[in-house]
Design a binder for this molecule. Sequence first.
Ligand SMILES: [Zn+2]
Length: 531
Amino acid sequence: MPRERLYLFDTTLRDGAQTNGVDFTLADKLAIAGMLDELGVDYVEAGYPGANPIDTNFFSERRSMRARVTAFGMTRRPGRSASNDTGLVALLEAQADAICFVAKSWDYHVRIALETTEDENLASIRDSVRAAKAKGREVLLDCEHFFDGYKANSTYALSCAKTAYHEGARWIVLCDTNGGTLPHEVEEIVGEVCKVIPGDRVGIHAHNDTEQAVANSFAAIRAGARQIQGTLNGLGERCGNANLVSIIPTLKLKPEYADKFEINVSDAALGRILRISHGLDELLNRAPDRHAPYVGESAFATKAGIHASAIVKEPKTYEHIAPERVGNKRKLLVSDQAGRSNVLAELERIGVSLDKNDPRVTRLLDEVKEREAIGYAYEAADASFELLARRMLGQVPHYFDVEKFDVNVEQRNNAKGQRVTVSQAVVKIKVGDEELISVAEGIGPVNALDLALRKDLGKYQSFITGLTLTDYRVRILNGGTQAVTRVLIESTDETGEHWRTVGVSANIIDASFQALMDSIVYKLMKSGAPT
Ligand SMILES: [Zn+2]
């Protein structure tokens, strides 16, 4: 049975750019556009030409991509002609394959926000679509607040959509701008729209204000819509947009959709979706969401002992899809509740095979339990677990010793008379017979210690140049003055691998030092540094 085509429209660079704390440079936008193109979305909405210099710049030249580069902007302003509206002219001049107009479709907004008549708004839609078509662009109309508008005045909301459709717009996109519409309402209203506009001309643009943007997108597909708009990792204003990183695997892997629909994302590209999702986080300097469906680090992680032993025998028992399909991997968490099978499975993951009755397995399990009792968390620190296991097996080379370190924090007036706090660390290490002393200043004591430690590792320096810390988290485990501090550090390197290490101590610097050391030793070990 031939499958019907579904189109993916990505707006990470336009709506996603509205995310609190996100500011894309032109280089960021080009890099993300490349990632989206690699993934195989059909449209990349790259911004709002004329609205800011970066977007104007993006559209100043033809960007060669498989996806259709789409420019976003408003329909002509009320009371002006299309050729007399500078915003519209900038949009028509943009080097884009498609133009996505946003227009009011809620009569209340037309009167209050636009301060114009319903008829003038329809004329503005008509003229704008016409002008863009005359320029040879593919045209989309985003019907803003469509669902609220439909509930208030369905006749008017539909006439906005129909006006664009009759003028030849390729897509009429129904936007849940406030993000408050529920899936059953979306399904019902999209179903009504598809009675007057063919579903293969209808799109859905959902926001996540009730945590249902993905569900709303699927509800719209069920009702007939054939274009889905969303963003990578669900970026977007307030609670975000529909998350394409969740939508794409569901479309590809769930028979309900996979049997009926075809998208432009290949199986191979699907296998890279985790890397793309985490690549965006990296670019934004954010830690990936561990609990994200499909691509989160915990998406295929199992903790309880009884599940873990079943999952080793037959992964399907506890997994809804094979993790490899989305570039993820199965993970069994080692924790104090865990049984022997967790430890065995973790050992297998790191490539160590021991018989389940080997006394060393018992020793390792005891050690893990003992250390977790005082605050270590190996389930969150895969690299520290690997070091613990390999040390017990005598497989961790001895690279260097830290003879001593000294960290100080000083508050004083600087040359300009401003009060500043400065941290400095001195680290003395021994590599073979060579003694090395490094000094570094940092924005805080841990940063200074990290910089000093990694400043000069002698003959090992070349192995750690690609090492960067991507996350640093501190947790106080039991309140009061006797509190114990747990530090978790996430690191990455030039290969893109991420690993986590842990340190525990009553002293935060000491806990950080342990985690930093584990990270460095792990990096040396995995890079095959010679002893
Ligand atoms: Zn939006």
